[in-house]
Design a protein around this ligand. Sequence first.
Ligand code: SAM
Length: 275
Amino acid sequence: MEANGRTGKEEVSLQGVPETLLWPLWNRAAEQKREDRLIDDPFSADLVDRIDYDFEANFGKPNASHAVRARVIDDALKLWLEKNPEGTVISLGEGLDSQFWRVDNGSMRWISVDVAESIEMRKRFLPAEERMESVVSSALDDLWLKNIPQGSKAFIVMAGLLMYFREEEVKELLYRIADHFRESLAMFDVIPVWFSRKSLKGMKVTKTYTAPLMPWGLNYGDYSWFDEIHPRCRIKRKMTYADPFPERMRPYSYLLAFPWLTNRLAPGIVQLEIT
Ligand SMILES: C[S@@+](CC[C@H](N)C(=O)[O-])C[C@H]1O[C@@H](n2cnc3c(N)ncnc32)[C@H](O)[C@@H]1O
């Protein structure tokens, strides 16, 4: 493990999409410092202190978006775990999310799927747990599905992942999930088309950080797209980032007064039900 002699912090070398795992980590860590925090996530705060990376220079001042996303998915997951206490949660592209510890009921099973460099970060920075398994696999490969029996029930999380794929890849992935699982839920966030286009032109988040390409976007008003993917899959819930905690998403939440703007401009969070 490399420690930086100057800062005493641990060095990391991530690039491209895997580097983006540091972005929600930064925002979750900042949330931990707030009295009115939406999530309780001491792991994230600890990791930002330990990792030698200029979070603020690259990602700018923290904002509430990733805490809102984490809180909404945590809440849905806790509800599901009440009904399925020994259920299996699968997190695709989990990065350094510490969701396991935020929702743990003591009996759930957890499968974390990510590319090699991101799983290496999890192994290096987060504790091992008996009920947690890490799988090195692209979400787009069959590898992660291979050891999960056909017809299994699961809660599948894909936070901050699908926008990095092409539309055909997203469609194919959601189809394969719907086809493989039964009586399951999948939850993820979606960026609107304008944001995807902006990323394709090279979206400078700050002077030192350009976000990777995000080829897939879908407008909030077009989410019926999800109902066409598989006969056993339908959209169960959708919300914009401003819906659950509008006071934390000002001034963006003022958009909600105008549905036609929301339908074109708003990023969303989606829950799919697979029967
Ligand atoms: C923006 S981060 C989100 C991390 C985490 N879900 C969170 O909310 O903190 C994107 C994650 O997707 C992962 N990723 C990128 N391409 C992937 C792929 N083909 N299959 C699985 N994970 C992938 C990256 O390694 C990274 O961990």
